[in-house]
Design a binder for this molecule. Structure first.
Ligand code: GLA
Length: 386
């Protein structure tokens, strides 16, 4: 992980003279998976992996952007009447610029340099981090006050409409509004949120399985469609059901005969997961780590069995974690089909946990995992002026 003070020495010409530097974090979701696009509840935390954007003015309406990670430069014109996505990292930058302009923010031309240490494709929201850091930098640079909830919405729009991924609001929201030492309980319908203190004697340990199965994107959209199908069935009874957020477990059970089994199980995951998030928030507020951990375990089982978005490597990582001393809870985090697990581990057990889980996972799969003992961090902000 990179510190702001290290950046100047670390890259050639970083940041260029006259640049301002901003950074936005990645995230881990503690509980509340596949609920955001169902208007439900989520509980992510911002973690100390960041995307950094250095921005300097240009006199025209061009955005030129250099990625330190890909060692590649791209430029585009803010006045291009029909920008098209290219399935390229620069789509995030271009999509955000477009979403901002379309909602009335006239941007100034700029030179951007981007660097990220958020593991790419690991389910820790490297996309949201680049979107939010870029959006914040572009708005600030163009003289606008940044309203962070609005920024999160516009970054989500960029990802939905330009990049072409139908994600919910969770990742962009936490990258904007995270706070060090806190988890964030978010109501994805109203966008009301509450910051909750994380237990002091525990650490969040993220285990990267280092696999990403091809079907992830297709299955994500399929799950969304299955949830929508569930809503269509459940709304027929005349109740006011707009999303699965509006359905209780009792209603689901009483309507279960009318639902195809697979749709029933998808709905059961979402409805029970929403309830778990609220219980988990109450547990955190009471300081009940054991209860919080139990809910994390239940969430994994529901994702594995009802929502079917886990995979062999994630299940293995969770089982290995549960066999180790000091583990309160373990589950997959993010969209699924690979990526990472999140583990709530007793502080003094962390060193042993790291060593043993890495060894056991590698012994079984032949894959060397990456284990990150995380610090939580703040949402997007400016880090250096100069
Ligand atoms: C991805 C999406 C999020 C959310 C999670 C699943 O990370 O970007 O919006 O839907 O999957 O909880």
């Amino acid at each position: 992980m990179i510190e702001a003070k290290d950046l100047r020495g670390r890259f050639n010409d970083w940041p260029r003279a006259g640049s301002r530097v901003y950074r936005a974090p990645g995230r881990v979701n503690l509980i509340g998976e596949h609920t955001d696009y169902n208007d439900g509840f989520v509980m992510p935390a911002a973690i100390d992996f960041h995307t950094w954007v250095a921005i300097a003015p240009r006199t025209d309406r061009t955005i030129s952007v250099f990625s330190e990670n890909f060692q590649e430069a791209v430029r585009f014109d803010l006045d291009d009447p029909a920008p098209q996505p290219k399935r390229h990292w620069s789509d995030y930058v271009r999509g955000v610029a477009l979403a901002l302009e379309q909602s009335g923010y006239r941007l100034r031309g700029a030179q951007l340099q981007i660097r990220s240490d958020v593991p790419i494709g690991a389910g820790l929201s490297s996309s949201a981090a680049i979107e939010v850091a870029t959006g914040y930098a572009l708005l600030h640079h163009s003289g606008f006050d940044v309203e962070k909830v609005e920024l999160a919405r516009l970054c989500q729009r960029a990802e939905n409409d330009f990049v072409g991924v139908r994600c919910g609001i969770m990742d962009q929201f936490i990258s904007c509004q995270g706070e060090k030492g806190k988890a964030l309980l978010l109501d994805c319908r109203s966008l009301e949120y509450k910051l909750l203190p994380l237990a002091k004697a525990t650490r969040l340990v993220i285990c990267n399985t280092m696999v990403k199965h091809e079907l992830a994107a297709g299955e994500y959209n399929k799950r969304r469609a299955e949830c929508e199908e569930g809503v269509r069935h459940l709304a027929r009874r005349g109740d006011d059901v707009k999303t699965l957020r509006d359905v209780t477990s009792a209603q689901l059970e009483s309507d279960s005969r009318d639902l195809p089994d697979i749709i029933y199980r998808r709905c059961r995951h979402v409805i029970s997961e929403n309830a778990r998030v609220l219980q988990a928030a109450a547990a955190l507020e009471r300081g009940s780590v054991a209860e919080f951990g139990r809910l994390i375990d239940e969430s994994h089982r529901s994702l594995q069995q009802d929502y079917e978005v886990s995979c062999a490597e994630l299940d293995l990582m969770v089982n290995l974690a549960n066999a180790l001393p000091g583990t309160y809870g373990a589950r997959m985090t993010g969209g699924g089909f690979g990526g990472c697990t999140v583990n709530l581990v007793l502080d003094e057990a962390v060193e042993e946990f790291k060593t043993r889980i890495a060894r056991d996972y590698e012994n079984t799969t032949g894959i060397t995992p990456e284990i990150y003992v995380c610090e939580t961090t703040d949402g997007v902000k400016e880090v250096v002026s100069g």
